[in-house]
Design a protein. Structure first.
Length: 80
């Protein structure tokens, strides 16, 4: 069961600056990427219309942007 989960929902290891907000954003970014990949596959196979796919990806993008803003990623580039 674990192997199947890892296959369907792969996660990459984080290699950047280890700060809580960076780790959370990385997890959100990987989730965004995975969901966009699934939506693209559904659209390619005719299960979703191009417009519906666009709307779903656009909503995911807005969530990712909101996450970035709430976590303060990139607001103070000189902070270590």
């Amino acid at each position: 069961m674990v192997d199947r989960y890892n296959f369907l929902y792969p996660r990459s290891h984080y290699r950047g600056s280890v700060q809580p907000e960076n780790l959370v954003f990385n997890a959100n970014l990987q989730e965004f990427s995975h969901r966009v990949s699934l939506i693209c596959g559904l659209q390619t196979n005719g299960k979703l219309s191009p417009e519906e796919s666009y709307q779903q990806i656009h909503a995911l993008w807005k969530q990712l942007k909101r996450s970035k803003k709430e976590l303060g990623i990139g607001e103070n580039p000189f902070q270590s």
